[in-house]
Each structure stands twice: as C-alpha cells, then as structure tokens.
Design a protein around this ligand. Structure first.
Ligand code: HEM
Ligand SMILES: *[C@@H]1O[C@H](CO)[C@@H](O)[C@H](O)[C@H]1NC(C)=O
Length: 329
C-alpha cells in the first residue's frame, strides 16, 4: 500500500467512525413515535400526572427530578424505576434517591393503563420523559415536544447512582464537569439547575452549611443570615427526622418560575451547588439574565430538557419494553 492509499484509508476510517458516533449519539428518537402504535400514549400519561398532581402537587417536582436521575445514570433507560431484588441493590435505593425521590406510583399507574390499552408498546423510559414534560407544563413552564422511542434497560446498580449524580456540595467547576461528562454544556447546567424552583429538600442535603461548615466558620458565610436562621429553625442541629423538609423556592415551590435565580442573587440558594453559580463570571451572568427574563429561561429550560432526554438512550432492538416498570422482563 502506497502512502497515499494509507492516508486515504485512515481518512475513510476516521470519517466512518465519526458518522457512527453521530448515529449513536443522535439515536433515532422521534416526536410522535407512538402515533400509530399507541396513539393515546402521551394523553394517558398526562392524565395520570394530572390526577397525581391534584392529590399532591409535589409529584411534579418528583417527576422532573426522577427524569434527571434516570438520564444521568446509564442514560434515559428507565433504570431508576427498577426495584431492588434480594441479589441487587438498585439505583432507586442509593442515598441520592432513597428516601427523597418521589412519584413512582404515577409511572406505575400510567404503565398499567398503557398495558391495558396497547400492551408491550410504550417504554417506561418514555413514560418518565413524558411525565417530566407534563410536570413542567402543569406547574407553569413551557410545554415541549418529547422525542420518544426509548427502550428500557435491564440493569440498575445503586453504585452507579452514587458515581454519576452530582452531590449538592459541588462547586461550579465540578458541576460543569459532571454535566460535560453527560454531553451537556455549562449553560445547560445553569439552565437545568433552575428546576430547583420546584419542590423540597430534606435537611441532610444542606445542614452542613448551617452547623459544621469549615474550620473557620460553623455557618456558610455565603448564605444570607436571615435565611440561615430560618433554615436552622426548620432543621435543628443533629436532627435525624427523615420527614423534615424545606421548600427550595420558599415562595412558589409548585410553580416553574425564576424564583430560584432571584433567590441565588439574594444569597438564598439552598445548596452549595446552587449558590456557587454566582462565583464564576459566565454562570453569574446567566443567573442574572434568567432572573430577569422568565420567558427566556423557560424556553432554554424546555430545550435543555429535550437534550438531557437524549443522553445514552437505547433504541431499536436494544433494550426492551418492560411490562412492569419496577421489574425487568
Ligand atoms: C446541578 C446539580 C444538581 C444537584 C447537586 C442537585 C441536588 C439536589 C438535591 C440534594 C435535592 C434535594 C433532595 C432531598 O434532600 O430531598 C434536589 C431536589 C430536586 N432537584 Fe436537583 N440537583 C441538581 C440538578 C437538578 C436538575 C438538572 C434537575 C432537573 C432538571 C433537578 C431537579 C430537582 C427537583 C425538581 C428537586 C425537588 C424534588 C422534590 O421535591 O421531590 N435537579 N436536587
Ligand atoms: C471557610 O469557608 C469560607 C467561605 O467559603 C472561606 O473563605 C474560608 O477560607 C474557609 N475556611 C477554611 C479553613 O477552609
């Protein structure tokens, strides 16, 4: 082989690997995937989310977070929904998920309805992606089309939740890296963090900032004094009560708005991972911009949710469609 041919063949190999990569990362999800196979799929999911929301508006926060926790661990493959077995501790029982993750019964209810109407067709991973979108919409965010056609994975390991889900103690560089590992940009990280406009947190997720911060100060000096005082009353030192929770956006915890960003600007971000977003010039500028422009943020949020929903998905013949979202077939 002459040197020209070697160069050409190297070139061809490079190009074809490149194309394979594109196909792999852009796996063929498509909007309206169930149009012919189960036309009512998205409608049925929305009904169940609405029903659950009327009983307890916290399920909206739960479902948005659940989709994030699904996608960051083995891709959006419904692995967060699988129950532990005597021989396997599943993702949902890892500390970032248990006891705080909520809304599983909504997915179960939607799955039961869908199995009755069009058995074996709609994946649990897609049900969760639809339910997260519906939750955003119900709480006042901007609805968006969810590309679908995900298949369900057959593996769920507690250890992988611990290594892939960012803890609330991370700083802005660590957060940026954690999202970059999943193919998401720093701006998408800032945008998606705005989901903390919804829902609540258990005391254990931030009590380090109140009582034993570091060698020089027991309380995190970047936390507003008055807010810290209130948090201390809500979360007494050393409490082990797992039922104690505080809203992350104290004013509108069931409304998708930019309260999260205004709180950060007032040094009232609940987690280190929230407050840290104003410590770098680029992310600070985005926090300011989002706080000032609800429509811009809500639009970016919907787009980032769609992008997050494509992380490492299984499509085509990969994976399966679980009959029960809690159990592999
Ligand atoms: C940037 C890194 C992130 C960190 C460190 C983080 C951490 C946390 C923590 C510690 C909680 C409280 C859990 C508890 O104690 O009950 C929480 C709640 C929540 N997170 Fe995040 N999160 C991050 C990003 C996201 C993203 C990207 C989303 C969704 C797009 C999200 C959605 C939520 C929601 C909605 C809640 C409230 C859940 C509920 O009320 O049940 N988070 N997060
Ligand atoms: C404690 O935290 C503050 C604020 O982040 C910082 O300025 C200070 O240097 C820290 N002290 C130690 C001993 O790490």
């Amino acid at each position: 082989m002459g040197s020209k041919q070697v160069i050409i063949s190297v070139f061809v190999t490079l190009i074809s690997t490149f194309c394979l990569c594109i196909v792999k990362s852009e796996a063929q999800l498509k909007v309206g995937f169930y149009q012919n196979s189960c036309g009512l799929a998205e409608f049925i999911v929305k009904q169940e989310v609405l029903k659950g929301f009327i009983r307890d508006n916290g399920v909206a926060a739960g479902l948005v977070r659940m989709h994030f926790h699904d996608c960051f661990v083995r891709g959006c493959d419904g692995s967060v929904l699988i129950d532990s077995t005597p021989t396997n501790t599943a993702e949902k029982d890892a500390p970032p998920n248990n006891p705080s993750l909520r809304g599983f019964e909504i997915i179960d209810n939607a799955k039961a309805k869908l199995e009755a109407v069009c058995g074996g067709v709609v994946s649990c991973a897609d049900i969760l992606a639809f339910a997260a979108r519906d939750s955003v919409q119900i709480t006042g965010g901007i609805g968006y089309d969810v590309p679908s056609g995900r298949k369900d994975g057959r593996v769920s390991l507690s250890s992988e939740a611990l290594t892939n889900l960012p803890p609330p103690t991370l700083n802005v560089n660590q957060l940026t890296q954690a999202f970059a590992r999943k193919g998401l940009t720093q701006e998408e990280m800032v945008t998606l963090s705005g989901a903390h406009t919804l829902g609540r947190s258990h005391c254990a997720s931030f009590s380090n900032r109140l009582y034993n911060f570091n060698a020089t100060s027991s309380q995190d000096p970047t936390l507003d004094q008055f807010y810290a005082g209130r948090l201390k009353r809500q979360c007494p030192q050393g409490t082990t009560n797992p039922n104690l929770v505080v809203p992350m956006d104290p004013f509108t915890p069931a409304f998708t708005d930019v309260g999260y960003y205004t709180a950060i600007l007032a040094n009232r971000g609940l987690f280190t991972s929230d407050q840290t977003l104003i410590t770098s010039p680029q992310t600070q500028a985005q926090v300011v911009q989002n706080a000032q422009n609800q429509f811009l943020w809500a639009t970016k949020f919907s787009a980032a949710m769609v992008h997050m929903g494509k992380i490492d998905v299984l499509t085509g013949n990969a994976g399966e469609v679980r009959a029960n979202c809690r159990v592999i077939n």
